[in-house]
Design a protein around this ligand. Structure first.
Ligand code: NAD
Length: 358
């Protein structure tokens, strides 16, 4: 056995009611006056955090938006400077946490991330930013939040539909970690455990959204899956989702939910060990079919058509996705990727066999 493992420095506080520790954590980072970040929809929650912080809170900036537009970051930076803030607290999903990271990149100020979805950005040194309609991604520990507070209570109100697709978004990180070029036993263990936790909890959440034990299990799984995304390189699935989101404006988490089973079918023959572990975590006969069945059971979208892709765009998506491919366990070839996109467009249950050229 031979591998390299890079540990990432972050402090994780996990539990129910842990938000009450935010002021202590701000102090522990040596901050005196932090800016609280949120999307417009979660401003109320951000204001509650501000009032909990007392004299340690400067103000709320509730302008976070999907795909971290540089213009929004500049607005937040202006507010930050005018208040003389010395740290940020981001409460929300990947969009809000992305804004915190973009500020940290430019200022080196400490960040506390308080996730309210399962997207996992809080555990990664990755930042995607959009300028003039173009999204670029970079990996640097400068953007990794110093402290992450997972509070199960904050996820109890995450709508059922979003819980399912956000959970599958998290599973996608772990799936690709299991066949990553730089995979290692620790990350693979986290990946399998993360998929299992989400696969057993998401159906319970769909039935009873306020099931605290299931919500805790899902958030635990999301943490592990986010850590996988932060630790190893992603492959075809993330490249395709990046292309479909960036060039065709498809919604982030929904795109992950639709595409994942088809990518897994495409990669199945080239990554048998990963397939066995994904299927085992899902308690399913095969990895691709099991992921499709989970998405279906959760009421997630199953076709690219339903989330806004036009049939005429399939060829262009294929061309963009194959132009500068990420490393992938199976060779990226145009016909296979076109077939994959066609299958994701129509939403048939995937079969690994159909991708094997004999
Ligand atoms: P999001 O942060 O855009 O949130 C979607 C909507 O849900 C927002 O309107 C938000 O206000 C609302 N919301 C969030 N939590 C809620 C809750 N508990 N209850 C009710 N409403 C809630 O969505 P997301 O899927 O978490 O994040 C997507 C973004 O994060 C994308 O831009 C993606 O690229 C990025 N991302 C980055 C990384 C990384 O490592 N850099 C990882 C994953 C995702």
């Amino acid at each position: 056995m031979s591998f390299t493992y890079n540990g990432l420095p972050s402090r994780v506080i996990f539990g129910q009611g842990t938000l009450s520790r935010v002021a202590k954590e701000v102090e522990a980072l040596g901050c005196h006056r932090v800016l609280v970040l949120s999307t417009p929809g979660q401003e109320g929650r951000a204001r509650e955090v501000l009032s909990q912080l007392g004299h340690l809170g400067a103000e709320v900036f509730a302008g976070a938006r999907m795909h971290t537009p540089v213009k929004t970051t500049e607005e937040a930076m202006y507010v930050l400077a005018s208040l003389d803030a010395d740290g940020v607290v981001a409460i929300g999903g990947g969009s809000t946490i992305g804004l915190g990271k973009a500020i940290a990149l430019r200022t080196d100020l400490p960040q506390i991330a308080i996730p309210t979805t399962y997207a996992g950005s809080e555990m990664t040194p990755i930042l995607g930013e959009t300028k003039d309609g173009i999204k670029t991604t970079q990996r640097t520990v400068k953007v990794l939040p110093e402290t992450v507070i997972y509070d199960v209570n904050l996820t109890l109100g995450l709508p059922i539909g979003m819980s399912g697709i956000s959970g599958i978004n998290a599973i996608a990180h772990a799936v690709e970690a299991l066949y990553a070029k730089d995979r290692n036993p620790i990350v693979s263990w986290m990946a399998e455990e993360g998929i299992a936790a989400l696969a057993r909890s998401l159906p319970k959440i769909a039935a009873t959204p306020t099931d605290v034990a299931a919500r805790a299990d899902a958030l635990y799984g999301a943490w592990l899956c986010g850590a996988c995304l932060g630790a190893v390189e992603m492959s075809l699935h993330h490249k395709l989702c990046h292309t479909l989101g960036g060039s065709f404006d498809l919604p982030h988490a929904e795109t992950h939910a639709v595409v994942l089973p088809h990518v897994v079918a495409y990669n199945a023959e080239a990554a048998p060990e990963a397939m066995m572990r994904i299927a085992r975590a899902l308690v399913a006969n095969d990895a691709a079919g099991g992921l499709y069945d989970l998405a279906k059971a959760l009421g997630a979208p199953l076709t690219l058509r339903d989330i806004g892709l036009k049939e005429k765009d399939i060829d262009r998506a294929m061309a963009i996705a194959t132009a500068n491919p990420y490393w992938n366990p199976r060779k990226i070839e145009a016909n296979g990727i076109r077939r994959l996109l066609n299958n994701a467009y129509t939403g048939l249950r995937p079969k690994a066999m159909e991708y094997i050229d004999r």
